[in-house]
Write a protein that binds this ligand. Structure first.
Ligand code: PGA
Length: 252
């Protein structure tokens, strides 16, 4: 199965010059057919980053999209159609920071997923439990609830659409903290997610792990069959670390 290592740049970097430098560095990374590299600049840097990477195989995506329409009276939104027009290939949807700071819930996320799919974007749907949910043993139930946004999506019966759906398991308590679940816990969760999606008719969905992935721990995650790649925040802004993570996943 092809692996994906995707950089979630979040609200970084501060300047277009720095974003361009990062894009050049990623474009120069080894291009291994077994491991797709992706990056997600902020919307204001999207066009420039895409231009720099247009002859590379790096997948350029966005960190979010508007829920309500391709164009129209939706002040502040950026639509999937606009992102596609600038060369975006995928959208991260439902990241825990969007859920927390922007109060995104399942009903909104269904709309975003629908917008993304109809515009032809692949979707990286993020799911993950909080620290207290983890401690209470509620992880799988929380994930099932978050994954239920896919339940009513009839387009998921289309194999072409299925191939454009990725899930990122990101425990909220592991994001930016240096903490991670054990490998056994990650594998068990990924298997659960794959089984859940199988019930919806999606075979062997690609499941990425995210949350404090770095150049030191990437190989351990990469060595697990159930981990089909990584969604990388902080370490994706450090060229050497990101390159090491990509190499780790390209090896398997
Ligand atoms: P992190 O972030 O790698 O900095 O923990 C991951 C993410 O939020 O996608």
């Amino acid at each position: 199965m092809v692996k994906y290592v995707i950089g979630n740049w979040k609200l970084n970097p501060a300047t277009l010059t720095e974003a361009a430098a990062l894009a050049h560095a990623i474009g120069a990374m080894a291009n291994d057919a077994n491991c797709h590299i992706g990056c997600t600049p902020s919307f204001v840097h999207l066009a420039a980053v895409r231009e720099i990477l247009k002859h590379s195989s790096v997948w350029v995506g966005v960190q979010d999209i508007g829920a309500f329409g391709a164009t129209g009276a939706f002040t502040g939104d950026v639509s999937a159609v606009q992102a596609v027009d600038l060369g975006a290939k995928f959208a991260i949807i439902g990241h825990s920071e969007r859920r927390a700071y922007h109060k995104e819930d399942n009903s909104l996320l269904v709309k975003k997923i629908t917008q993304a799919i109809s515009a032809g974007l692949a979707v990286v749907l993020c799911v993950g439990e909080t620290k207290s949910e983890y401690e209470q043993g509620e992880t799988l139930g929380v994930l099932d609830n978050q994954l239920s946004v896919l339940n009513g999506l009839t387009v998921l019966q289309d194999k072409f659409v299925q191939d454009k759906l990725l899930i990122a398991y990101e425990p909220v308590w592991a994001i930016g903290t240096g903490l991670t679940p054990t490998i056994d816990e990650v594998v068990a969760v990924h298997r659960h997610i794959k089984a859940n999606l199988q019930h919806l008719g999606v075979d062997d969905v690609c499941v990425l792990y995210g949350g404090s992935v770095n150049d030191k721990n990437a190989a351990e995650f990469a060595g697990c069959d159930a981990v089909n790649g990584a969604l990388v925040g902080g370490a994706s802004l450090k060229v050497q670390s990101f390159a090491t993570i990509v190499e780790a996943f390209a090896q398997f």
